[in-house]
Design a protein. Structure first.
Length: 288
């Protein structure tokens, strides 16, 4: 066995796809929305937008649900963060492990202590979207709090946990009968056939929905083969997830161009998955 000594800024953990490297990256400072630093050349974080929605108008005798507001149906402050990678695919951004350590304005308003509705208190990561080429992600830090009167700047501090990769390897399941409840094991991951049949729309003869505790976004791609080893043309048609008591189940559906009775599932598993922790410290004004 070959061993390697790692610096205090690097750790390795055994993950679902093999060993995963974790790196703590240099801090990025943004002043009035203009980037003043880079994070080791791989990952960059910058302010992508600022939105402040006042409490608006609530008709007399009505509840907050009936409020008339600009931009959003909820009052509060939202900061958009753009995360980009120069040479690797952003596999994911872990919003549960990422954290906001400070969110204030220059009038001593602390957004992390604000209280809102539906358990939306403090400052949390909200809606996330991804670029088609996999090199960029936008996430939002949201708080029900509003800046103090006369506030000119906001300060936002925290840490993003980002997964990166550049190499993948195709891994296949055994040939399996295509039926509901059948489990397709690929490497160390299990995907259960949740439904199979004709799609509700479109001309494709077959649609398969897979259910797993693993997110399909953890992989570069999914492929299907028939029992003879011929690749079946397919495309992803939908996906979703549901969580309860700390556990989450993911579903993903694919439409296939060929109807078969037996199938092989293949995934392009990332072989060099790396998790980086990116600290940030932003001072934000209107001039983004």
């Amino acid at each position: 066995m070959i061993s390697k000594r790692f610096s205090s800024k690097e750790k390795h953990i055994a993950g679902r796809h093999g060993f995963v490297r974790i790196r703590w990256m240099r801090r990025i400072v943004v002043i009035f929305g203009l980037a003043a630093g880079m994070a080791l050349g791989d990952v960059k974080v910058e302010v992508a937008g600022l939105q402040v929605t006042a409490k608006g108008y609530v008709p007399e005798g009505e509840k907050d649900f009936s409020a008339l507001r600009a931009f959003s149906w909820q009052a509060g402050t939202r900061v958009g963060l753009l995360v980009t990678s120069s040479d690797k695919t952003i596999v994911g951004l872990d919003e549960e492990k990422s954290k906001v350590t400070g969110f204030t304005d220059d009038q001593e308003t602390d957004f992390t202590k604000a209280k809102g509705r539906f358990g939306k208190n403090g400052a949390e990561f909200g809606m996330m979207s991804e670029s088609e080429d996999g090199r960029a992600v936008v996430t939002h830090v949201e708080s029900p709090g509003l800046p103090g009167k006369g506030a000119k700047t906001l300060t936002l501090k925290g840490e993003l946990v980002v997964s990166l990769a550049s190499k993948s390897k195709e891994v296949k399941s055994e040939v399996a009968v295509l039926e509901k409840g059948k489990k397709l094991v690929v490497g160390g991951n299990s995907f259960e056939i949740d439904s199979v049949g004709k799609p509700d729309w479109g001309d494709d003869p077959l649609q398969i929905r897979l259910k797993s505790s693993v997110n399909h976004k953890d992989f570069k791609g999914f492929h299907f083969y028939d029992a003879e080893g011929n690749k079946i043309e397919s495309k992803r048609s939908s996906s979703g997830s549901m969580g309860m008591f700390g556990k989450r189940t993911y579903t993903v559906s694919f439409s296939l161009k060929k109807k078969v009775d037996k199938i092989v599932l293949a995934v392009d598993a990332w072989s060099d998955l790396e998790v980086v922790k990116v600290p940030f410290d932003f001072k934000i004004g209107a001039g983004l």
